[in-house]
Design a protein around this ligand. Structure first.
Ligand code: HMG
Ligand code: MG
Length: 311
């Protein structure tokens, strides 16, 4: 069931993943100072969550091997959290040593992706995540759970929403505060978004759901609209459209934060995010990477009317 426009959420939380999802997928390692400036600029742009890095195995994701040093270099910004990914108890312990206040565990909706991404079966990853979530909560951390390849797996193809529902419910039952449903390889469309929400939301509650769209095939903003119409009010995005998963062949950039904020601004939906400040952060990172980014707003710039044409 979808809501009429007047009933769309009036406020949306934009959860920034560029420094983690974006930079984990770059061929090279971005220097620490450039990462610090990127995270800081995004926090100052009004994004309430800036997922900063990962405490995964540094051999698996060498791009983020400097996680501890990066966190130590960040200044706190009022009202902003810097969550980090943790794959297991070892990752959580490293994150706790670094003084984090929020973490995200990540699981998959397909067996093959689970094995490729985390070297373990689905059942093993759920077993492994449970004590991690428990310990994180006991330490007073805010905990998010990701479910990847919800709309399609690079190894197994389309995923049945009815197979997603019990996995989503299990993650929420573990105690995660927020559940991010991921279209890791950008194959979802608005009808598919509704199909998944129809079966997942009744068990976990719409207010807990975040949507994480990669824009590989150009459907991410349409998918956001489908999510809004269903009542979702948390969306993940990445400055400049950086992003991908090294263990998901074909995964390209996330929905760009500027593109999302520009659309929400236009719809009168409040985010608290300064789109131009995000664009400046993206353009600075594009300089560091030595290439242009995939985000459309970053390339096009603000809408500045040139003045009326006299007739
Ligand atoms: P493994 O090799 O099976 O680990 O990797 P293990 O448990 O067998 O341990 C082997 C060694 O690694 C041991 O050391 C451990 O201590 C060490 P040894 O005793 O041999 O000296 N180790 C660690 N060291 C540092 N940090 C750790 C850690 N864990 C074990 N955390 C593991 C298993 C899960 C660690 C590995 O597969 C891994 O790091 N995978 C991460 C892959 C990744 O980061 N993928 C991208 C993120 S997910 C994503 O992008 C999707 C998302 O954006 C949503 C969407 O788009 O859908 C979130
Ligand atoms: Mg992702």
């Amino acid at each position: 069931m979808s809501l009429p426009d007047s009933q769309l959420p009036q406020k949306v939380t934009v959860y920034e993943v560029g420094p983690r999802d974006g930079l984990q997928n770059e061929p090279g390692v971005v220097p620490l100072a450039a990462k610090r400036d990127f995270v800081t600029a995004l926090a100052k742009a009004g994004l309430p969550f800036v997922e900063a890095t990962s405490f995964v195995h540094p051999k698996w994701v060498p791009q983020l091997a400097d996680a501890k040093d990066l966190l130590a270099s960040l200044e706190p910004v009022a009202g902003v959290r810097y969550p980090v990914l943790v794959p297991n108890m070892k990752g959580l312990e490293r994150a706790l040593e670094a003084g984090v206040d929020s973490v995200a565990v990540f699981l998959a909706a397909s067996e093959s992706f689970s094995r490729k991404n985390t070297n373990a079966s689905l059942a093993e990853t759920f077993e492994r995540a449970r004590p991690v979530v428990e310990r994180a909560k006991a330490e007073g951390l805010w905990v998010r759970g990701y479910l990847s390849v919800v709309w399609g797996c690079p190894y197994e193809g389309p995923i049945d929403p009815n197979a997603v529902a019990p996995l989503a419910a299990a993650l929420v039952e573990m105690g995660v505060e927020e559940l991010s449903l991921g279209d890791t390889i950008g194959v979802a469309d608005p009808a598919g978004v509704r199909r998944v929400l129809d079966v997942v939301a009744p068990n976990v509650g719409l207010e807990r759901i975040a949507l994480h769209f990669h824009d590989t095939r150009g459907t991410a903003l349409a998918n956001v609209l489908a999510g809004l119409q269903a009542g979702v009010s948390v969306f993940d995005s990445s400055a400049g459209g950086l992003g991908g998963c090294p263990y998901a062949p074909g995964a390209s950039g996330n929905l760009a934060t500027e593109d999302l904020v520009f659309m929400l601004d236009g719809m009168g939906i409040e985010t608290g995010v300064d789109v131009e400040a995000v664009r400046a952060a993206s353009l600075a990172m594009a300089e560091v990477l030595g290439r242009s980014l995939s985000g459309r707003y970053a390339a096009a710039g603000p809408f500045r009317p040139q003045g009326k044409i006299e007739s």
